[in-house]
Design a binder for this molecule. Sequence first.
Ligand SMILES: Cc1cc2nc3c(=O)[nH]c(=O)nc-3n(C[C@H](O)[C@H](O)[C@H](O)COP(=O)(O)OP(=O)(O)OC[C@H]3O[C@@H](n4cnc5c(N)ncnc54)[C@H](O)[C@@H]3O)c2cc1C
Length: 349
Amino acid sequence: MIGEDLPGQASVVVIGGGIMGCSTLYHLARAGISDAILLERNKLTSGTTWHSAAQVRALRSSRNLTNLIKYSIDLYSALEAETGQATGWINKGSLSIATSQDRLTHTLRQKALADAFGVEATAVSSGEAKERWPLMNADDVLGAVWSPDDGRVNPSDLCAALTKGARARGARIYEETAVTAIKTKDGRVVGLETTRGKVGCDAVALCTGLWSRRMADLAGVSLPVWPCEHFFMTWAISKKKPFFVGGRSLALRDRHLSRRKLVGFTIEDSGVPLPQESNLVMRDSEMVGFVTSVVRSPSLNKTIGLAYTARDASEPGSPLAIRQDDGTVVEARVVAPHFYDPDNARQEM
Ligand SMILES: Cc1cc2nc3c(=O)[nH]c(=O)nc-3n(C[C@H](O)[C@H](O)[C@H](O)COP(=O)(O)OP(=O)(O)OC[C@H]3O[C@@H](n4cnc5c(N)ncnc54)[C@H](O)[C@@H]3O)c2cc1C
């Protein structure tokens, strides 16, 4: 609802249109709070949610979290029947594989935890693991645990189904509406200021993911949430681990420590060969950046990717000449100047 005015009052305002916000709105509406509204500063799922691989793993570290996931699995199956909107739920099971003795001990502990929490999980040999996933090179696999209840969803479709279910019960969603201030009285939230006017409310559900600390600050609340990135990869590089996805581009980043921005790009010509991670972005004969990931999107019918590039080549529409390993150059175009961080506070490296 981009054109529609905000209501003057709502009993609950959900801030943030990722999976947490969409699910919260749906469950509020289902609980009978039909005047609840959701405010999203950009588009639904435009934060972290659309990036998600959206694997749904039944086993969690505590009984409560495990029960939440079990509930989610039931919900994903039922939501499509309720709303007519597919969620992309596929229940194919998952394998946790171990290639070291320590990892095997950890994996078997997870299996024991699964038994305690009532989640089905079976310890399998490397041969049995390979039978379940024949593409795997099982030469160095010591063992695995098979979890048949696991699966995956499509995060954007799931949000679409949740919001469809919420709207059908009266809830309203306002995209391109950023919350700029939270008003409190006697320690309680009484309203919000947004880029599209004010709204009074009895309660706020803060579903702003990695931006939640900044949002809570608006109400004078200190929230100990801090985003961190690449911690695993940095560890892998410092330990000189062999090949892992993202390793080449991180090594390049370490070699070229000039300031660059992470941008999204597309390649319109579907006929050109797919660039690879760490292919260089060139200007004249100078390297100005490199590709960190790239994929062919069947739904968009084009190639999309991420690259670190010089700041003066980061505006939407800027051309990026990507040089492939064989020397050929593919023309791409910047489409999104920021990822994870629309306020552009943490994009430099
Ligand atoms: C590459 C990747 C792979 C992942 N894989 C998995 C996986 O396999 N399984 C899994 O369970 N999880 C996975 N995750 C994690 C999962 O995606 C996140 O935990 C989840 O999407 C977080 O959802 P959220 O709703 O809390 O936050 P977000 O999706 O980030 O939503 C927060 C929203 O708040 C909005 N917002 C911020 N400030 C304001 C404001 N002032 N006013 C209005 N709106 C505002 C933002 O625009 C944003 O849309 C993955 C994440 C990534 C990045």
